[in-house]
Design a protein around this ligand. Structure first.
Ligand code: URA
Length: 257
């Protein structure tokens, strides 16, 4: 049994594909959206896992919790059990003016502002999406009629100062982080989130495939606060795109066999 996820070879029934929401509360929603048989097979700490059957294949939905450390644990342990393709299904704060709540962002590459990825590869190593997974996400967004933006994500290790939020207990943002949102914006970075740098670096370093789709819950160019109605809209759309993409990746996998 793998240490944190509490899963075994037997329990995952040869699954090779996994959807990775951060929030354990989103696992059942994703499993339901798969429109197939599903059951909970693990629930430890932040890591909840459902096993779903899609076209007779096993697909996992495993929550990673927030941030790089727990995401890397989930990927390591799922890879030990034979999973090779991962899609992160998250939420995000956009920083470009033209991106609206409810749009989705498909991360092509991540700025490595985290710590975890540095345990897997030096900073010069790129954090990039797998092209086939990225393409599947783009096609899925078109089929689902969801506005999708492809580009670079700044992947931070803190939600508050790391994303230059000042609505905090102290209200203080380190001098080294003041102006960082504006700088990433000028460098054409699309958004902030907290897992893609670790996910992409770990997967590339270990020879696994990863993609990342994030629903926009807030536009940081205009607001710091995530409104519940925008979060709900972002979740509904990101779930549809992720489920559609994993189904198309599964079909392609079978053509190749
Ligand atoms: N997730 C983040 O990391 N930042 C946001 O602003 C929203 C979701």
């Amino acid at each position: 049994m793998v240490y944190h996820l509490g899963l075994t070879d037997e329990s995952i029934e040869e699954a090779q594909f996994a959807l990775l929401p951060g929030d354990p509360g989103r696992v059942a929603k994703l499993a339901r959206a798969m429109d197939s048989e599903s059951m909970e097979i693990g629930n430890h700490r932040e890591f909840k896992t459902y096993l779903c059957k899609v076209f007779g294949d096993s697909v996992l939905v495993t929550s990673t919790g927030i941030g790089g450390p727990s995401t890397a644990i989930a990927v390591e342990e799922l890879a030990l059990l034979g999973v090779h393709t991962f899609i992160r299904v998250g939420t995000t704060g956009a920083i470009q003016d033209n991106i609206e709540p409810g749009d989705v962002i498909l991360t092509t590459a991540a700025v490595r502002l985290d710590g975890t990825s540095c345990n897997y590869a030096p900073l010069a190593y790129p954090a990039v999406s797998d092209p086939e997974v990225l393409f599947a996400l783009q096609e899925a967004a078109k089929r689902q009629d969801v506005m999708a933006f492809l580009g670079i994500t700044a992947s931070t290790d803190s939600f508050y100062p790391g994303q230059e939020r000042s609505g905090t207990h102290s209200g203080y943002v380190l001098n080294s982080l003041k102006g960082s949102l504006d700088e990433w914006k000028k460098l054409n970075v699309l958004n902030f989130e907290m897992e893609s740098a670790a996910l992409f670096t770990v997967c590339s370093a270990l020879g696994l495939r990863a993609g990342c789709v994030s629903g926009v819950a807030v536009n940081r160019a205009f607001s710091e606060r995530v409104k519940p109605e925008y979060l709900e809209l972002a979740e509904e759309r990101v779930v549809r795109v992720a489920v559609d993409s994993i189904k198309s990746l599964l079909k392609k996998w079978h053509w190749k066999e």
